[in-house]
Design a protein around this ligand. Structure first.
Ligand code: PHE
Length: 466
């Protein structure tokens, strides 16, 4: 061996202070052992190999015992002892199974059996000492490894070279050992796995009788709940839902709805325009109502059309108890060949009674929208004072200001001019449209007097509507 042979120095000298560094040193020794084995196989000098590694007072084994084991810190000592034992076993086993039976001086059947028995004993001790998957993996490779496992060596060195008289017994013993090794490894693996599970349960200290962690479950926002209620009512009479973009072009938001560029109603509705890069093809704005979806729907579908359009809309309103720059609408549109004003009022009446209850009365007043003709404003009898206009404690009802009616939403028969924008034949079709504020419906139904609470996300408010 070379003069810088590590087994001639102490672990402290080598700077080995933990099991990992130690394992590295033993790996180096194993590589050296493999080289020596190969040389011995070629030269047949097996006695010298054993001398070098385990036999003489100056063997690797003695040096490790003196220089490493005796001087190792107490914490590292068991690891050194174990690694050394494994190394010695390896020298012993490999120098046995890499020689032919001839070289071993084994010529009788009972000697063959004895050789196999010795191997099995070493294996049995080794496998008992495997404490985890890693140990087991190393042993499995050492014994069963395809290219240079012990059993492969036995096949090459013993079986193939055995004399005709011994072949049978070697084959039988070989099979016995192989079965033994395989079943023991499997057995040990199951035991280690079971132990690992137990150990990890113990480590984690899981107490299955403890109550679980209660995670708060969210609920739908009141606006979403009311939207679903409205949708369900319209579903029941044959409407379906469509949704559209919140960023619109002036064409859909205004022009196609019969609101030309300089029409005065734009003043009420002009809204947030997007800042676009120079050279953008056309301006874009946040939609002021859900009515653009009337156009988008009719462009795509032929009558009969029966849709509702829920969604967010935006206006340049200053926030107060009844105004917000963002709020929610549900648009309605029904177009067919024979829709009359009666269908329109009947539909609205049905909705209002379903939503607020059968006791509620409705009325409409003439109004104006450029895209409906005639246009109306729908009112419901005041939900708070029962339409009397008088508060429970006397005096005017504060909600309807003594009027007994509350303004609910705008609507009307679709203006024939609108059909021109979507290539419908205004002579053949007719229909109605409406647009209601969901926030307003929710405020009326649930007695909420400030629209801002919908957008503040205060859980004390939200929790009241689980
Ligand atoms: N879009 C109108 C608004 O937001 C409401 C409306 C819709 C009126 C449909 C008539 C028909 O005020």
């Amino acid at each position: 061996m070379l003069s810088e042979d590590p087994t001639k120095r102490t672990l402290a000298d080598l700077g080995v202070t933990d099991a990992i560094q130690l394992a590295f040193r033993f790996t180096e020794l194993r590589a050296q052992l493999q080289r020596d084995l190969k040389r011995a196989k070629e030269s047949g000098e097996w006695d010298m190999l054993r001398e070098t590694w385990i036999g003489s007072p100056d063997s690797v084994k003695s040096r490790i015992t003196t220089n490493w084991l005796r001087t190792a810190p107490p914490g590292l000592q068991p690891a050194v002892a174990r690694d050394l034992e494994n190394l010695i076993n390896e020298v012993f086993i490999l120098s046995t199974v890499m020689r032919s039976l001839d070289q071993l001086g084994t010529a009788q059947a009972d000697q063959v059996a004895a050789q196999f028995l010795k191997l099995q004993q070493v294996f049995d001790t080794e496998i008992e000492e495997c404490v985890d998957e890693i140990d087991l993996g190393v042993s499995r490779t050492f014994w069963l490894g395809r290219s240079s496992g012990v059993l492969t060596h036995i096949t090459d060195s013993w079986l193939k070279t055995a004399s005709p008289q011994l072949k049978r017994v070697v084959g039988a013993e070989f099979n016995k050992l192989k079965t033994h090794v395989e079943s023991k490894i499997e057995e040990r693996r199951t035991a280690i796995e079971a132990g690992a599970e137990e150990a990890s349960l113990a480590r984690e200290g899981v107490d299955l009788s403890l109550p679980g962690v209660i995670r708060p479950v969210g609920s739908h926002h009141l606006i979403r709940q009311v939207l679903q209620e409205v949708e369900d009512i319209f579903f029941s009479i044959g409407f379906s839902v469509v949704e559209g973009p919140e960023i619109e072009t002036p064409y859909y938001n205004f022009e196609a709805l019969n609101i030309p560029e300089f029409h005065p109603v734009r003043d009420d509705m002009d809204t947030f325009y997007l800042q676009l890069p120079k050279g953008a093809p056309e301006p874009l704005l946040l939609r002021t109502h859900t009515s653009p979806m009337q156009i988008r729907t009719m462009e795509k579908r032929q009558p009969p059309v029966r849709v509702i359009v829920p969604g967010k809309v935006y206006r340049r309103d200053n926030p107060d108890a009844t105004h917000s720059f963002i709020f929610h609408q549900v648009e309605g549109l029904a177009v067919d060949t024979d829709i009359t004003f009666c269908d329109f009022t009947g539909t609205i009446e049905y909705f209002v009674k379903q939503f607020f209850g059968p006791g509620v009365k409705t009325r409409f007043r003439p109004s104006y929208f450029p895209f409906t003709e005639p246009s109306v404003e729908f009112d419901v009898s005041c939900i708070f004072c029962g339409g009397s206009g008088t508060a429970a404690g006397g005096g005017n009802c504060s909600k309807c200001k003594g009027a007994g009616w509350i303004e609910l939403f705008g609507a009307g028969m679709v203006d024939p001019a609108v059909y021109g924008f979507v290539n419908y034949d205004a002579k053949k079709v007719s229909g109605f449209a409406f647009g209601m504020g969901i926030d307003r419906l929710a405020m009326l139904k649930y007695g909420i007097d400030d629209i801002q609470v919908f957008f503040q996300n205060d859980v004390r408010f939200l929790r009241q509507f689980p």
